[in-house]
Design a protein around this ligand. Structure first.
Ligand SMILES: NC(=O)c1ccc[n+]([C@@H]2O[C@H](COP(=O)([O-])OP(=O)(O)OC[C@H]3O[C@@H](n4cnc5c(N)ncnc54)[C@H](OP(=O)(O)O)[C@@H]3O)[C@@H](O)[C@H]2O)c1
Length: 332
């Protein structure tokens, strides 16, 4: 495993993190979840990403049990707040009330006294940014949270948060967690240039496009049994990527991966890690062999010619529009 700083902070994170969206507490049984975590640890992964909302809060519980007994100082545990975790009007968003209640729930479920990174899972248009940032800062002072970050925020939203933090003397956000892959490059135009300047690192999600970039989904054919596209918790999310033109072009990447002695998943994860503003790539996995496959992307260098060939193959299906970075226009 290789390690990078989380943005300009002093915290080191593994280049490849393991995340448990869709899988823990939902798609996969607890035994498989525990095996994936165990394999990630064995392969040198130290950074684990979850969220209060995943599997209706069960994902944090599963991760907490799977990490029990592991030396806390050897781990970086990331979680998030924003999406609904209960039926009430305050069980969502980034108000002081929900942030305080949610972090306490997360700490209990994760069986830890603090999380290393606490992330605003989206931007909340119904809470003053000052209120959110002060609540985050209070959690840092209380030692419940060591660093704060955001997820899927626009460049403008990140810039506003940094300005308020500087004016009010709050801890600055150190990271953003956006979707980023060969197919989804919407952060490159605005978010990355700002974050490079400001020392904010990207902790990117869905680097394998939820499995699409492994090439296992074939155009015009049913999805393989047991894959995310066949599971009720994941099918809706992955369907956005399951376009035949996309799947055909992904097949055309296979010779290129083979030329480099890489699996398709390794090529996909290595690709996002070529961006120096990326602090870590969060991979998901429903089976331990996927973890073992994906972690081998750490430290892989792709030359300019390879990157150009990837662009040539995928060009018409790459999404680059920064306007695709979206938070709900009302609280969910
Ligand atoms: N902040 C946010 O809003 C947000 C949103 C989404 C995700 N995330 C974070 O990012 C993490 C990763 O997201 P993701 O799960 O979409 O990432 P991903 O790594 O792009 O996709 C993971 C899925 O692809 C399949 N896969 C992975 N490696 C494979 C391999 N080597 N061979 C074959 N299939 C493979 C597995 O699904 P199957 O085996 O089921 O096919 C696996 O669960 C999440 O767990 C979460 O922590 C954050």
């Amino acid at each position: 495993m290789e390690f990078r700083h989380l943005g300009r902070s002093g915290l080191m994170v593994s280049e490849i993190s393991y995340g448990n969206w869709i899988t823990h507490g939902s798609q996969v049984e607890e035994d498989a979840a525990r095996e994936c975590v165990r394999t990630a640890l064995d392969e040198g992964v130290t950074t684990f990403d979850t969220a209060d909302v995943y599997a209706g809060t069960r994902a944090e519980e599963v991760l907490g049990r799977a990490l029990k007994g592991v030396r806390r100082e050897s781990l970086e545990i990331f979680t998030k707040v924003f999406w609904p975790t209960g039926p009430g009007h305050n069980d969502r968003g980034l108000s002081r009330k929900h942030i305080v209640e949610s972090v306490n729930g997360s700490l209990r479920r994760l069986q830890t006294d603090y999380v290393d990174l606490y992330q605003a899972h989206r931007f909340d248009v119904e809470t003053p940014l000052e209120e959110t940032l002060r609540a985050f800062d209070d959690l840092v002072r209380q030692g419940k949270v060591l660093y704060v970050g955001v997820s899927e925020w626009t460049a403008d939203q990140i810039a506003r948060a940094l300005k308020i933090a500087d004016e009010m003397g709050f801890d600055r956000i150190v990271s953003n967690q956006p979707q980023y892959s060969m197919l989804w490059r919407v952060i490159e135009a605005e978010v990355v240039p700002l974050c490079e300047k400001e020392g904010v690192g990207q902790v990117v999600f869905s680097p394998i496009a939820q499995g699409v970039l492994t090439g296992k989904y074939l155009p015009g054919q049913p999805a393989p049994a047991g894959s995310r596209a066949t599971h009720e918790a994941g099918a809706g999310f992955i369907s956005r990527m399951m376009d035949d033109d996309v799947l055909r072009r992904v097949q055309d990447l296979k010779p290129l991966a083979a030329d480099h002695g890489l699996t398709m998943a390794q090529l996909a994860v290595a690709w996002v890690l070529q961006n120096p503003n990326v602090s870590s790539a969060i991979v998901g996995a429903s089976r331990p062999d996927q973890v073992r496959d994906n972690v081998k992307a750490a430290g892989v260098k792709l030359d300019a010619e390879t990157l150009r060939r990837i662009d040539d193959v995928l060009a018409p299906v790459i999404e680059r529009d920064p306007a695709r970075t979206i938070s709900p226009t009302r609280r969910p």
